[in-house]
Design a protein around this ligand. Structure first.
Ligand SMILES: CC(C)(COP(=O)(O)OP(=O)(O)OC[C@H]1O[C@@H](n2cnc3c(N)ncnc32)[C@H](O)[C@@H]1OP(=O)(O)O)[C@@H](O)C(=O)NCCC(=O)NCCS
Length: 159
């Protein structure tokens, strides 16, 4: 995709970023939540401007966004233990390389801070995406939000 910029998140991104998170979960993760209202409510509960600003103020969290023209099209974060905390793309921009660009920046950051591997817990929806990027299953699925399950993955980082 031309003119895709991946950059550090800013406080003024909060409303658009939360919009991306909520739309991506609601419309993109249907296989996971199956439109179960309780599951959706639990998953969306902390996807608020207040929480986004808290993540932004956490020094050990690297919170980034992807921007296409003036449109915020993706949000991702990795914490100090090199665990990917979230990675969501705006519906309408799937399969256009946004997720890959965000993941590449998280991996670059993890290498920069001396990590030897990255871990994460994937939705059903994102498993093929992470496998395509060299992540391997790292254990049995854990309970996620409501009826959803979280699939552990890991990848060793090449220096
Ligand atoms: C999963 C997600 C982050 C992937 O981002 P994306 O921008 O669509 O992915 P990319 O365009 O960079 O895809 C790169 C490659 O990953 C694989 N891939 C991505 N999405 C896939 C899917 N739904 N099914 C199968 N393979 C997929 C493909 O090999 C793809 O390359 P191709 O399009 O040339 O075949 C995005 O679809 C999303 O936000 N989904 C909903 C929210 C979610 O589940 N987030 C993850 C929470 S853990």
């Amino acid at each position: 995709m031309s003119a895709l910029i991946v950059r550090q998140a800013l406080p003024e991104d909060a409303a658009n970023a939360v919009d991306v998170l909520r739309a991506s979960i609601t419309e993109g993760c249907v296989e996971d939540h199956q439109h179960d209202p309780e599951t959706l409510a639990l998953w969306l509960h902390n996807k608020t401007v207040e929480t986004f600003l808290r993540w932004l103020g956490t020094p050990t969290t690297h919170l980034i966004v992807a921007q296409h023209s003036s449109n915020l099209v993706g949000v991702a974060a990795i914490n100090g233990q090199s665990h990917i905390h979230l990675l969501y793309v705006r519906p309408g921009f799937y399969r256009t390389g946004v997720g890959s660009a965000l993941l590449a920046e998280l991996e670059r950051h993890a290498l920069d801070v001396g990590a030897s591997q990255i871990t994460l817990e994937s939705s059903i929806t994102a498993r093929s995406f992470y496998e395509r990027h060299g992540y391997s299953s790292a254990g049995s699925p854990k309970p996620g939000f409501g009826i959803s399950r979280a699939f552990p993955y890991a990848k060793a980082l090449a220096r």
